[in-house]
Design a protein around this ligand. Structure first.
Ligand code: ADP
Ligand code: SF4
Length: 686
């Protein structure tokens, strides 16, 4: 198969300074929670992108000196020869697949407080740590500027030694070079502050250092934000940055452009759509003659072509689409558009970096498991027996198990009680702003069409006896979970005792099937993620007077790890939802709610016609226990094993359910999967 000729432009080579990329698919630097601590995992994961056809594959932000240390957020480093050896493992793999390897040299400044190395970070001035920690940076003096230039030079030379083809200066996102650039952070009165010429001096010097050190053989890139990080007349303000950009536009070999706000660049699909950053970046190519790349969570091939043809960018930058589908370029090249696993914009990938653990992805359960488990995003090991498997429940766990088992060649029956596939993703995607969740179902449903050995039965609610009548060898139960109505949750470990009439208590399951409350509604959040804010906003817009009551001190606190917390809280404020934080519910008599302060236990009262409980979920596991009993009593016929996976085992993220489905499928008839527990990654010592 081949692609539509309309897409040819995506496969045109492009010269970037002294190097040439074979196509326009550019995996921009993105964090992975691996960094210098987990070099084998990192190398194997990036290698998949190269194998999947990306022309350029970058590693994440790479520290040039121990005084730029961001732990517990994992970053790579080029401090010494051990780093060179670690990176070399990755660049060799990238080159084998014909990709260019890029590295983003990073000096943090006040953004990182060097918790691991305990070295004072340098910055424009002595500024409090931007993540809220009680540390300040040191104001740079003349020697510091000399040192900084030397650190960039040394790191660039090591990057060359490590086999990289592109070297970056990271000049946005409130890191050092950006802090010098901005008039609202640079208050210096020496040659590095004040006028735009002065504020651009450091970036110009660093580009010059990189060019001088490695520019003959390596391309020099700059990651840059083209806007002032403010809005003016409902449009991004760009005046100040544009003036700055005019100073530097022709200096590097290419520009990697991202809006200044993480909320736009890395917005979840709840708040930001594919290509929404165009108004921020559209002027850049009018000023520079150098190649430009930008991200935009692009998954539509037409949008990609359109971006290049309209002169917005030269290359299609991707972080998340390359995580959800490392083989995106190959699939487009081969015209296999229906096989593309589209990113759903949930930002679970970002939580790895934020929590200091290896990356994971909702759509791609192999992400992060390439080295320690040997999982591949496209290929699965062939079946090792003629076993047949019954999968009960077609939510993300059941869908992924059936899909991967089917690809392995096993005979699979997938039984679903409802008349549609998708389980929770089908239900949740009907709520406002969550429609992209459906892509989890769409991709897998599309794959079933190619798998004659997978039989799908809808409207098929199975009992234990029904399941055994199928006479399969293995049964896997993926029956999911339901939201609890009794208040049980992280702060009410035995539920809320006194809750009045049940018709005034609602759960997200009620809302998702259209049973809605009216009047004064309390959305009680003890869950801390997107469900309570989505429902509160929806009910307020539907005419209820909603009060959001949370045991937390903010809305959507888990969203701090997915980058959506500020947007979630802003959306509630804009919708007119009242918010009460750090309060628990003690009782409800159908009219009055008794609240208690999480800090002082002081009581207060609130009037309410209904409560929507968003607290915890209860596994639907009766079937599992019934079948287990039958097996233990020798009444299971030919069935050899019963397993439960996904929310039925332990309610968690959609990503966890997809992962559980893949794990079950790959470990069937194969015990090697369990060995990962002893396969721990290590950094080399010097
Ligand atoms: P997960 O996230 O673990 O995949 P979901 O809640 O999304 O779980 O999906 C569970 C699916 O299982 C739902 O679509 C539900 O209709 C289905 N289901 C529950 N019990 C049965 C049963 N006894 N027979 C068939 N399907 C079932
Ligand atoms: Fe996209 Fe979510 Fe996967 Fe990240 S975790 S790549 S946002 S699907």
């Amino acid at each position: 198969m081949t692609h539509d000729p309309h897409f040819d432009i995506l496969f045109d080579p492009l010269k970037i300074g002294p190097v040439i990329t074979k196509n326009r698919f550019y995996q921009v630097p993105h964090c992975t929670g691996m960094g210098w601590q987990r070099p084998n995992m990192l190398a194997e994961m990036r290698s998949m992108k190269a194998e999947g056809g990306w022309g350029v594959v970058n590693t994440e932000y790479c520290s040039i000196h121990p005084s730029s240390d961001d732990l517990p957020h994992s970053y790579t480093s080029l401090w010494d020869q051990s780093d060179v050896r670690a990176h070399r493992m990755m660049t060799d793999k990238l080159h084998k697949h014909g990709a260019l390897a890029g590295v983003e040299l990073w000096y943090s400044g006040a953004n990182a407080s060097s918790l691991y190395t305990r070295e004072a970070p340098l910055d424009v001035n002595s500024r409090p740590n931007l993540k809220g920690l009680p540390y300040q940076s040191r104001k740079m003096d003349k020697q510091d500027f000399r040192d900084l230039r030397q650190w960039f030079r040394d790191a660039a030379l090591r990057a060359k030694d490590a086999g990289f083809d592109i070297v970056y200066a990271y000049a946005n996102h409130h890191y050092l070079l950006n802090n010098f650039q901005r008039s609202d952070t640079n208050d210096r009165d020496d040659e590095y502050g004040g006028s735009v010429q002065n504020r651009s001096r450091l970036l110009r010097e660093i580009i010059e250092v990189l060019k001088d050190a490695v520019g003959e053989t390596m391309a020099v890139a700059v990651r840059f934000s083209p806007d002032d990080d403010k809005m003016k007349n409902n449009k991004p303000a760009v005046e100040e940055t544009r003036e700055f950009f005019l100073q530097v536009a022709e200096l590097p070999d290419m520009w990697d452009i991202t809006p200044a706000s993480w909320d736009i660049e890395l917005g979840t699909s709840r708040f930001v759509n594919e290509g929404d950053n165009e108004p921020y970046i559209s002027y850049v190519k009018q000023i520079t003659s150098k190649p430009v790349v930008t991200v935009g969570r692009f998954t539509s091939t037409d949008t990609m072509v359109n971006q290049i043809k309209r002169g917005i960018v030269d290359m299609i930058g991707a972080a998340r689409p390359s995580i959800a589908d490392p083989f995106l370029p190959k699939k487009i090249e081969e015209g296999r558009y229906e096989d593309i696993r589209e990113c759903i914009g949930c930002n679970i990938c970002y939580t790895g970096d934020q929590l200091g653990v290896p990356i994971r992805c909702t759509q791609n359960p192999t992400m992060g498991e390439e080295w320690r488990r040997g999982w591949h995003p496209e290929y699965v090991p062939e079946k090792k027996s003629e076993s047949s498997i019954l999968v009960i429940g077609a939510g993300p766990a059941g869908l992924e198990a059936a899909h991967a088992l089917g690809k392995r060649g096993y005979k699979v029956m997938l039984s679903e009680a409802r008349n549609e596939l998708g389980g929770r993703v089908a239900q949740e995607s009907r709520l406002p702003s969550l429609s992209e969740w459906m892509r989890v179902k769409d991709y897998r449903e599309q794959q079933f069409l190619k798998l004659p050995n997978v039989e799908v039965y809808l409207d098929s609610h199975l009992s234990a006896e029904d399941a055994l009548l199928t006479e399969v060898d293995h049964i896997v139960i993926a029956t999911g979970a339901k939201w609890r109505a009794d208040g049980f949750g992280r702060n009410n470990a035995i539920g809320i005792g006194n809750l009045g009439a049940s018709e005034q208590i609602f759960t997200p399951d009620d809302i998702m099937v259209g049973r809605l409350p009216q009047g004064k509604v309390i959305v009680f959040d003890d869950d801390y993620y997107y469900m309570a804010p989505v429902i509160a906003e929806m009910l307020q817009k539907a005419g209820c007077q909603v009060t959001f009551v949370s045991t937390s001190n903010m809305a959507c606190s888990f969203g701090s790890y997915t980058s959506e917390q500020p947007s979630a809280q802003k959306a509630l404020i804009n919708a007119g939802v009242q918010m009460i934080f750090s309060q628990n519910i003690q009782a409800y008599d159908g009219e009055n709610i008794e609240l208690s302060c999480m800090y002082t236990e002081r009581a207060s009262m609130l009037k309410a016609d209904a409560i929507v409980m968003v607290t915890a979920r209860l596994p639907i596991d009766e079937l599992y226990y019934q079948l287990q009993d039958l097996i233990e009593n020798g009444k299971a016929g030919s069935t050899q094993s019963i397993r439960r996976i996904g929310d039925c085992e332990a309610p968690a993220l959609i990503a966890s359910a997809v992962y559980a489905g893949r794990k079950y499928a790959l470990e069937l008839d194969d015990s090697s999967g369990t060995n990962y527990l002893v396969r721990r990654d290590v950094n080399f010592s010097s």
